[in-house]
Unconditional design. Structure first.
Length: 325
């Protein structure tokens, strides 16, 4: 594979990280410890020192932004066990499930969240509700980090074109909610991300908040090739949320992607780092994997375990600030 920029070195990438401390983004809250996308998971993430929390947004039948990773409910809630909803499943795009868009907020509030990842503790299953985006914002406002700073919010618009086909104006609903809560202004601690460029292009005309285009490999058998060129992204976004394989080559060395993004004025936030799952055997531990990517010069990273993310980030920052001679 050819590097994005020939001649880039690890030193160049490490140096680029000195411009600012990489931010730790709590992926779906402290989802490694508690059921994802619950107020309790977001609160735990704040307590563990995350710089930003990431709520994924979908829309209820009655037009309310709620926090779920998917538009379906079976993998993260107890809905399949509730007789009241036994006849409400349906098949959509080949999947038979219960879908958020078919339920009102009141109905969704009767559900309880469950741990989505096998092997993680289910001790908190069936205890916590699905929160609205407004409730997450309210939590952030009333619960500062231990340092006294307010944590940032990093919402993702999930399946916006699908929601728009149902008659919802996702972009307007998001901007209205942020504006009503004093968060739609340059300098607010908010990033907006999406896998769909169309909504980001529209949001560019509606807000001064930084926009992040999520970038994935083209396919499973082409893991080092991005599905959208950086030059195109730079025309409408302020950064990329890049899957990890895009930042390295087949040997685990730098691909030049971070440097190329920085040259276009784009920040790079890498995803997703997990204590219990690494990219491959090139990285025998969470610390080894994350340290490698921090040395590439990423500006931030998503993690299910914000406490270990903060510790690894701080260790990296200290090592760069005080190199061993």
């Amino acid at each position: 594979m050819k590097n994005f920029m020939a001649g880039c070195t690890s030193l160049l990438f490490a140096t680029s990280s000195l411009a600012g401390t990489p931010i730790v983004i709590a992926h779906r809250g402290a989802s490694g410890y508690l059921p994802e996308h619950t107020l309790e998971a977001f609160e735990r993430a704040i307590e563990l020192g995350a710089d930003y929390i990431e709520p994924d947004l979908v829309i209820t039948r009655d037009g309310v932004l709620v926090v779920r990773h998917d538009t379906y409910l079976s993998t993260t809630t107890n809905i399949a066990d509730l007789p009241a909803f036994s006849t409400r499943s349906r098949t959509l795009d080949g999947r038979t499930d219960w879908f958020v868009e078919d339920f009102t907020l009141a109905e969704l509030k009767s559900l309880r969240a469950r741990q989505a990842f096998p092997g993680r503790s289910g001790d908190s299953d069936d205890k916590f509700q699905i929160p609205t985006f407004k409730e997450v914002i309210a939590l952030v406002k009333r619960k500062p980090r231990e340092s006294g700073e307010t944590v940032g919010i990093y919402p993702e618009t999930k399946a916006p074109s699908h929601h728009e086909s149902l008659g919802f104006d996702f972009a307007a609903l998001l901007v209205e909610t942020l504006t009503a809560n004093g968060l739609n202004a340059a300098g607010s601690k908010v990033y907006i991300q999406s896998l769909e460029p169309a909504i980001l292009k529209r949001l560019k005309l509606m807000t001064d908040l930084p926009l992040i285009m999520l970038v994935r490999p083209v396919s499973a058998d082409r893991p080092y090739e991005p599905d959208m060129p950086l030059a195109e992204i730079a025309t409408f976004a302020d950064g990329v949320g890049a899957f990890k394989t895009l930042l390295i080559d087949e040997r685990g060395e730098t691909s030049g992607y971070v440097e190329a993004a920085h040259a276009l004025g784009l920040v790079v936030h890498a995803w997703t780092f997990r204590n219990d799952s690494y990219l491959d055997d090139r990285f025998p531990s969470f610390d080894d994997e994350l340290s490698r990517f921090l040395h590439l010069g990423v500006d931030g990273f998503f993690t299910d375990f914000p406490d270990t993310g903060v510790a690894a980030r701080d260790a990296f920052r200290n090592s760069v600030a005080s190199p061993v001679h």
